[in-house]
Write a protein that binds this ligand. Sequence first.
Ligand code: ASP
Ligand code: MG
Length: 410
Amino acid sequence: MSDGSQKSPVVLKFGGSSLATPDRIRLVAERIAERRQQGDAVVAVVSAQGDTTDELLTRLRELAPDAPAREVDMLLATGEQQSAALVAATLGTLGVSAVSLTGWQAGIATDPSHRRARIHGIAPERIRRLLAAGHVVVVAGFQGVNDLGDVTTLGRGGSDLTAVALAASLGGSCEIYSDVDGVYTADPRIVPEARRLDAIGYDEMMELAALGAQVLQGRAVEHAWHHGVEVVARSTFAAGPGTKVHAAAGTERMQPVTGAALDRHVARILCERVPDRPGIAAQLFGSLAEGAINVDVIVQSPSHDGRTDIAFTVADEDAPQAEEIARLAVARIGGGHVSRDADVAKVSLVGAGMVSQPGVASRVFRTLADEGINIIAISTSEIKISCLVRRTDAARGLEALHRAFGLAEA
Ligand code: ASP
Ligand code: MG
């Protein structure tokens, strides 16, 4: 086997479902071994097996519903460490020399925060030495260490970020392996005629990830964009080119829309009859920002008798806290009625080509109207349009939009 240290290394990331059983771990080890045998210097980044992360969270919640974030991270990080050791040891049985590393051992330094820590820097010397000595390095994804020496985690789906950050730091490329063979024009489980994209822009992929597409973690795409790391999303189980995520998606941009997404994990907070005077929105959304709550589609209605309605959407998991914060803020600014509506979903279209092509919004609204679907709220950016609809209408709306914009045709 040649010494892979001459070439720039390749970082291969394997998701939890690709590691869920012993057979699958063997398959992953074989994939890694093939690359090594081709002479590549290989860093593998692994997620926790199957639903391990959720199971660990459930176990912890039973014992300590309000466990400190530090302990949550300490526990969750073990899932990825198990995978790393299992994969490295399995590589050994194939005659491939491999060393597993925790995030800390891999030199991944983060800010002090837990559960959604940001990577501050990577000291890749140890990985470089191991690669130069001909080893495959298997890194536990999703984790790092802060200045106190405590284990931190990088947010759900954070192993993607580990992989991209290591690729950036080592000057290599990054391949993300999962049970889907790339990024689709829409979730094929909802829209059967959805098509795999050969390429997609970083900007479009970031929007799609934020709007509910689950192939790649949004923060990982953002990091790849900043550092110019080319990312390919492909399948562990089937050969194929996958989807390249890069700076310009070329011909794809001839079409105004590249992909569609559906997010059912949203809720709407309604603040009715709050006083309509300058500074009210600033106070309300200021309080939400202090609570680190991400707010999306915001609608303020015309005022009546000096009072107005303000509604906004948040992620499902943030909804109880958002409602509570809104209730306190509204009471402070002069009263009103706050309620929460969980029966909503967000249907979105994304495409960098929207910037230059007028009429996309009106086509979206016409399509939904023809389906008899009521739009509760709308939000747009230069490259996306999102409509809030009833949950029961969401899948039908997604399919209709996918059809109306010809996304099934290349
Ligand atoms: N195991 C973590 C999660 O489930 C991180 C990852 O898989 O990327 O979110
Ligand atoms: Mg994942």
